[in-house]
Design a protein around this ligand. Sequence first.
Ligand SMILES: *[C@@H]1O[C@H](CO)[C@@H](O)[C@H](O)[C@H]1NC(C)=O
Length: 457
Amino acid sequence: MPRVNRTAVLSLLIVSSSVFLLFQLYYYRKYVSKAGPHILSRTGHLTSSEIQWQTVRIFLALVRHYRLPVFLADTAALTLLSQDALQHRERLVQDPHCSFLCTGRPIISFALLANAWKLDAGFLSAAEQKGFELLQLRGTDPRLASLDTLSGVEIPLHFLFRLHGYIIQVVFLYERSGNYLWHGPLRLKPNMDRSFAPFLMLDYGRHAGAYDRLELVLTVLDGLDVRVPRNVSRFLTEQQHSHFLECHYRDARNFLQLYPDDTSPAAVDFRRKAKSLLRLAAQTLAQLNIPFWLSSGTCLGWFRQCNIISFSRDVDIGIFITDFRSNIVAAFRDAGLSLKHKFGKVEDSLELSFLSDDVKLDIFFFYKDGDVLWNGGTQAKSGKKFKYVFPQFSLCWAELLEMKVRVPCETLDYVRANYGPSWSIPVMSWDWKSSPSNVQENGVWPPTEWADVIQVY
Ligand SMILES: *[C@@H]1O[C@H](CO)[C@@H](O)[C@H](O)[C@H]1NC(C)=O
């Protein structure tokens, strides 16, 4: 019966190949698709980068399931990504299957856009079920702090997830009233486990940070869907200069109890004008990509009372002379300000003053000399030069009048240099040629140069 035999053989073949196909499908689903392109290394043990990749994969699956608005904020991983995008440079890749997310560090950091998020207890218990240990760090909510109220409300600032000795840091970014993103510092409470993570290696948390709002894109890194900043190099530059200083609201309140605020219509009017002038200056300088900081009385106002000093009558900012651009004056004119005077020159003691709505904007240019920084002053009628010397400083972000602005990070040193040890006591009559603690006489401009270095409009 050859005919029957052939049918039987054919059926057997079909059944066995179907079983084999099903087995292959099952095998693929169970092992290959879960573990990605690499399951086990040749020795049969998971390598550290494989463990890292698996940990990130599990975390990202939770993120997707619970719709956490997170993006990759890890400086090492983003640096690899920006180099790759820039020049396809050959890099030392530890593991070709995990070339971005496995950075050789036992940490990876993500940022969470906290305004678009509500804590879902399900997320935390799901993470626990996957084996993650969690360290939650909280702190007071600065968005509720002001001169009137000191907030005691605590909000999450950082979450650290740990699995197999590998740390995933989640940094909470909150939107502040100045239209920027803020994260808090990471401070361990006394009862917390100091060995939970290599804290010194974390990218975020040594201090608070401020960022512009940013655009994100969804991409695939090492086979995983991840959101990243659209402009990675800009984000990395911002990250390096993100240090944010909170105003000392408590001290400011004590100050205001001793010296109540001037609430006369003239004072209120000045503050309103000063605010719009500062905003205009910030916009104009941002377009030119020139960093500036609050200087002199405006800096003192922020530091001492978290506000503009109402009797100061002007707005003072500082700019490093190395950031000078010849089109500054034209840019301010285009913004509607008129040049009031120009003293000095780019090589020496440059100072520009603009007027807007009868409030003066003084721009002092700072020069480096050894380990000090100084700016110059010029007396128009005599041609006398003055020099104001400051210890070196770096720049931090701060908030003044609902604006993200820079101040010297070493604010107390800066203010003390300028106003002396009694900076905390208001002085109504101030002479810029003699009152500052750090003023030095600096000779006289030669009369042949006056037309250039003393321009009053
Ligand atoms: C990214 O940002 C930098 C400024 O930080 C800018 O120069 C560059 O053009 C931006 N790149 C893109 C693609 O927008």
